[in-house]
Design a protein around this ligand. Structure first.
Ligand SMILES: Cc1cc2nc3c(=O)[nH]c(=O)nc-3n(C[C@H](O)[C@H](O)[C@H](O)COP(=O)(O)OP(=O)(O)OC[C@H]3O[C@@H](n4cnc5c(N)ncnc54)[C@H](O)[C@@H]3O)c2cc1C
Ligand code: FES
Length: 280
């Protein structure tokens, strides 16, 4: 095999893409917009490994919608080595991306259903890809009503404020934003997402599917609320953030029960998740 054939067949080789825009979402979350002519195609809910030369790589949900061609977006919270290195980069610099990985949201199962999105903190990032897919002119008619409940610890911790404003103006969805603690200028709802869900979202459960993503504790109590609202486990879909390395089903790092989360996940129904060991 020649060196160039090796390059073509190497699944670990990232695409090098320029950062065309960086949006400061909160004090520790930035959205990176990348551009490329020959990007891979992907589904909402899939993720990619993002590589910073000299610092390593880490998995991130693709937050852009596949309906926005030529663009890839990641919203990244600064936590450790790779994410800090990413936050130090500027517009015009290049980063590596390999993917897409994972199963993505079950689009066929969601078609013709009403969709209740419940997001917490940066958990809105994977949901945003599906929300913008559903709201796109190409696909809006394939789905029923859309309700988005989004919460964060404080108004300063809300991500995608610029897009929440656009969603708020649309007549074909309901958006409810809540914060755990308000401030002097916050005029919106104050309350924890699982509680607000039960108090404010009055839907006939059997006609809906709910897609949930956020910190583990929020997911746990949101699922409890949804079950109390008569959602069945198969009507609740969530996405997991396991530790991962290869993304290719090879290293075994993301294994839980019978699954490699990087391949069979990260999107699972609660019907499947409830059969896994308690810690997941
Ligand atoms: C499928 C998937 C999608 C993801 N999507 C996003 C996203 O859209 N935006 C985003 O900001 N992050 C996302 N993450 C989490 C992201 O991968 C981690 O924050 C990242 O790997 C941290 O890398 P680091 O080198 O900066 O941190 P490290 O230096 O490796 O670690 C810093 C600290 O964070 C802890 N840590 C690292 N990774 C994880 C993890 N996966 N879960 C819990 N604790 C962890 C470490 O134990 C350590 O305490 C996703 C993870 C997965 C698996
Ligand atoms: S991350 Fe290597 S097998 Fe899933």
């Amino acid at each position: 095999m020649t060196a160039s054939e090796l390059e073509v067949n190497n699944p670990y080789l990232p695409l090098l893409l320029p950062i065309v825009e960086i949006i400061e979402e909160t004090r520790d979350i930035k959205t990176f917009r990348l551009q490329g002519d020959s990007l891979f195609s992907y589904l909402p809910g899939q993720f990619a490994e993002v590589f910073v030369p000299g610092r390593g790589e880490a998995p991130f949900s693709i937050t852009s919608s596949p309906t926005t061609e030529g663009i890839l977006e990641f919203s990244i919270k600064r936590i450790g080595t790779v994410t800090t290195a990413l936050h130090r980069l500027g517009e015009g610099e290049k980063i590596g991306v390999r993917g897409p990985y994972g199963n993505g949201f079950p689009l066929e199962e969601l078609k013709n259903r009403n969709l209740l999105f419940v997001g917490g903190g940066i958990g809105l990032a994977p949901l945003r890809s599906l929300i913008n897919y559903v709201l796109s002119p190409q696909h809006r008619e394939e789905f029923g009503e859309v309700f988005i409940l989004y919460g964060a610890r404080s108004p300063e911790d809300l991500v995608f404020k610029w897009e929440l404003e656009k969603w708020q103006e649309r007549k074909d969805l309901h958006l409810l934003v809540t914060v755990d603690r308000g401030n002097n200028s916050w005029k919106g709802r104050v309350g924890l997402v699982p509680q607000v869900l039960k108090e404010e979202v009055k839907v006939e459960a059997k006609e809906w599917k709910s897609i949930v993503c956020g910190p583990p504790i929020m997911i746990k109590f949101t699922i409890k609320s949804l079950l109390e609202m008569a959602f069945s486990p198969s009507q609740i879909i969530t996405t997991l953030e396991m530790r991962m390395k290869c993304g290719l089903g090879k290293c075994g790092r993301c294994n839980i029960g019978p699954f490699y989360v990087c391949q069979e996940g990260p999107v699972f129904s609660y019907e499947v998740l409830q059969k896994l060991p308690e810690e997941y």
